[in-house]
Design a protein around this ligand. Structure first.
Ligand code: SAM
Length: 434
């Protein structure tokens, strides 16, 4: 979602006459987008602004803007700590970025600030988004979150859930397909909680799936409480919906799950996975886990390890618990020492890497339908299978955006390597329909 927000800022600035540069020394404006979910991420803002302050000393006309969740969360405190900021916008005010930069340029002074969370966050027209990938386009379908997870700052930074009307989403996807994007990823903090009038998330998937010419449809992030039989049916029955689900579990211990206020038990989560796999046997699954949450004992941690083993995720993101302002977990004692959090994260990561290595090795000799999304170098390509597996292969840049069938010849823990079957180039589908 942060990437999508940055794409919106880039697109709006482009429409206002700016050109993109990868050389920060060349820039007239720099916009720093921020994440507040862990303290380390939030602190990155101040490192970035410190570097920009030194650049400003050499280049007095340079304007610096800051947006995203840290801006929303810390507001005036950001300006106190980083006085070189010219523009500060909250999570709902991206549409104001060009006007605020214009004011800063024309009037000087500042900082110019808009942190109004009652503003409509969907104001940025889809035509203004500067997509960072030529293949995968993000479409935000809902903002905010209604959950009350004890550790999470997101409801505070992005506010309660607001869902976009389905017709706006479908129109945006139609326009993306017309522009040549083969893959669309629907975004929301709890995307499967989407509801607008009679249209639930499975209904939305059906509407978007039916957009003519769309190649692949993905979505993230789903919450276990909103996995419905209708969603499982959609994953099974809609061929362009990729068989991949990111379903953060956070912990395998009932005690910790209750304290986190996740709204499910270990058994219920496992039951959800079983029901999904019942309908979609080849479904790929990934998850997020927090280690070192307040009060997490070694037994609790072992419960998480055993849950991860039992499910056999295709991908796992492990985070060390970070106390966040305004969250209810802040009232708990952060009693797992930092080194122990890191140790638990390393144990889980190493275990997951070994499991992925084993599972990926089993794919050697098979075939994957790869949508080529990157050209890392001459005659080098990379892409994703429907199950979101990264596949590296040799081939011409002209295959970017095309679906090719790849013979898998090698594997690592995080990716596969393969080759195009002899004579296959003529068979690569020009329109990337699966
Ligand atoms: N609502 C989205 C979701 O459920 O995926 C986004 C949440 S956050 C951007 C992504 C992950 O960060 C969460 O699933 C959780 O594992 C982790 N996270 C959130 N708050 C955290 C905290 N205070 N400390 C450590 N990790 C955290």
């Amino acid at each position: 979602m942060n990437v999508n927000d940055s794409e919106k800022v880039a697109g709006l600035l482009h429409a206002d006459g700016y050109e993109r540069t990868d050389e920060v020394d060349q820039a007239d404006v720099v916009f720093v987008n921020t994440c507040a979910v862990r303290e380390k991420a939030a602190e990155k803002l101040y490192h970035a602004v410190g570097r920009l302050k030194r650049l400003k000393a050499r280049k007095p006309g340079l304007l610096v803007g800051v947006g995203g969740c840290v801006a929303q969360l810390q507001g005036a405190a950001v300006l106190e700590r980083a006085r070189s900021i010219d523009v500060l916008v909250g999570t709902h005010n991206i549409a104001q970025v060009p006007a605020l930069f214009r004011r800063a340029r024309e009037r000087g002074g500042g900082p110019f600030v808009d942190l109004d969370r009652s503003a409509d966050s969907f104001l940025v027209p889809s035509s203004a988004v500067a997509h960072s990938s030529p293949v995968r386009a993000y479409v935000t379908v809902m903002e905010g979150c209604n959950h009350v997870c004890s550790f999470c700052v997101v409801p505070r930074t992005r506010g309660p859930e607001v869902c976009r009307p389905p017709r706006d989403i479908v129109a945006e996807v139609e326009s993306l397909v017309a522009q040549g994007y083969p893959e669309v990823m629907l975004l929301g903090q709890t995307v499967n909680a989407y509801r607008h009038g009679d249209v639930d998330f499975a209904g939305l998937l059906g509407l978007v799936h039916d957009v003519r010419g769309l190649g692949r449809l993905r979505f993230t992030t789903s919450h276990p409480q909103h996995v419905t039989p209708r969603l499982a049916d959609a994953l099974r029955d809609l061929p362009r919906v990729c068989p991949y689900l990111h379903l953060p579990v956070q912990s395998g211990s009932d005690r910790i799950l209750a304290s986190m206020r996740r709204g499910y038990t270990r058994a219920q989560y496992l039951e959800t996975i079983a029901r999904l796999r019942d309908r979609v046997s080849h479904l790929a699954l990934s998850s997020d886990v927090i280690v070192g949450y307040p009060g997490e004992t070694l037994d609790d941690f072992e419960s998480t390890v055993s849950l991860v083993d039992e499910i056999g995720y295709d991908g796992l993101f492990v985070f060390a618990y970070s106390p966040r302002p305004g969250t209810t977990a802040l009232r708990l004692v952060d009693d797992v020492p930092a080194e122990e959090k890191q140790r638990r994260a390393s144990v889980l990561n190493a275990r997951q890497q070994r499991a992925q290595l084993r599972r990926n090795a089993q794919r050697i000799g098979g075939r994957e339908e790869v949508l080529v999304d990157t050209v890392p170098g001459p005659d080098r390509l990379a892409g994703r299978s429907p199950h979101f597996r990264i596949v590296h292969l040799a081939g011409p840049a002209s295959l970017l955006g095309r679906v090719v069938e790849v013979e898998i010849t090698g594997s690592g823990s995080n990716s596969l390597t393969g080759k195009l079957p002899i004579g296959s180039l003529t068979g690569a589908s020009p329109a990337p329909i699966l």
